[in-house]
Design a binder for this molecule. Structure first.
Ligand code: PAF
Length: 286
């Protein structure tokens, strides 16, 4: 396992691998790895000759009042987990090398980054788009893997890659859930046992809404109302039913949609979603 902490060395490593005819699959992470990350890494290792991951807690995607300092940092354990699923190199830059004191360049993706998490966390997607661009410039991969758990993040990155002609294919992988339905997240470890039980209402209300959609319900307000009703145990940040590609709200479900929720518990903000295609086999995209 190679651990590389600067962009020049990382790029040189990738170029040498690609000169030798090897394809590279890349999984960007902020560490605190769980089975959801490992599913991305397994896909990267299976779909490419070499799998690379990055571990970097990106300060620019946190607002000053958010959990940047508290965010779990479990580097040694993360590296061992990466190795266990076939990752051969980890890019782990320092904040100082990523963002020099006079750093002043940011990437802003319009449209898809507005609303949903972009509404509640206005700084977030600018930070994500900027760091992912920097990571893509260091890890010159053929494919990069992201989880549908952060569906709007996937939409933002796909749009950025398309608009800026970036030479990497974005692969979106399904949400990995605990046996009781809770979407896996590094922030789940903040939850008390009682909060974790309450958090189940996110996935439960999404699954119930998905059944309604599969049963033929097409009115967005009706679907969202049902989800809100099901989320009484938590403080709702948003319940959104949007076009799966543009992230624009829909009134009726007539094309692939994303039904997404965010909720605030005392110790963590959680997000979850399901996708649904009215024309698809059985209706559900995930
Ligand atoms: O999804 C994440 O873990 C982060 O937003 C990412 C893509 C690694 C950028 O910091």
């Amino acid at each position: 396992m190679k651990i590389i902490d600067n962009a020049a060395e990382m790029r040189a490593w990738c170029r040498e691998a690609r000169r030798a005819g090897k394809s590279i699959g890349f999984v960007p992470t902020m560490g605190a790895l769980h089975e959801g990350h490992l599913s991305l890494m397994r896909a990267a290792a299976q779909g490419n000759e070499l799998a690379v991951a990055s571990i970097f807690v990106n300060p620019t995607q946190f607002a000053p009042h958010e959990d940047f300092n508290q965010y779990p940092r479990t580097f040694d354990q993360d590296v061992a987990m990466c190795a266990s699923v076939g990752v051969v190199a980890v890019y782990a830059p320092t904040a100082r090398t990523m963002y020099t004191e006079d750093y002043s360049t940011f990437v802003t993706v319009g449209g898809v980054s507005e609303g949903l998490c972009g509404g509640s966390r206005p700084h977030f997607f600018r930070g994500v788009a900027t760091v992912v661009t920097k990571l893509f410039n260091a890890v010159e991969a053929d494919r990069a893997y992201f989880g549908q758990k952060d569906a709007q993040q996937c939409a933002v990155i796909k749009r950025m890659v398309r608009d800026l002609d970036m030479a990497v294919e974005i692969v979106e992988m399904p949400i990995v859930r605990e046996p009781d339905g809770l979407a896996m997240s590094s922030r789940n470890r903040y939850l008390s046992a009682e909060e974790r039980t309450r958090a189940l209402c996110l996935s439960q209300s999404l699954f119930a809404a998905q059944e309604r959609l599969q049963g033929g319900e097409r009115d967005a307000e009706t679907v969202k109302d049902a989800v809100r009703q099901g989320m009484q145990g938590v403080k709702i940040d948003y319940v959104a039913l949007v076009d799966a590609e543009t992230m624009r709200p829909v009134e009726r479900v007539e094309r692939p949609v994303l039904l997404a929720v965010a909720a605030l518990l005392e110790s963590a903000r959680l997000i979850d979603n399901v996708k649904f295609d009215p024309a698809g086999n059985g209706g559900s995209l995930t």
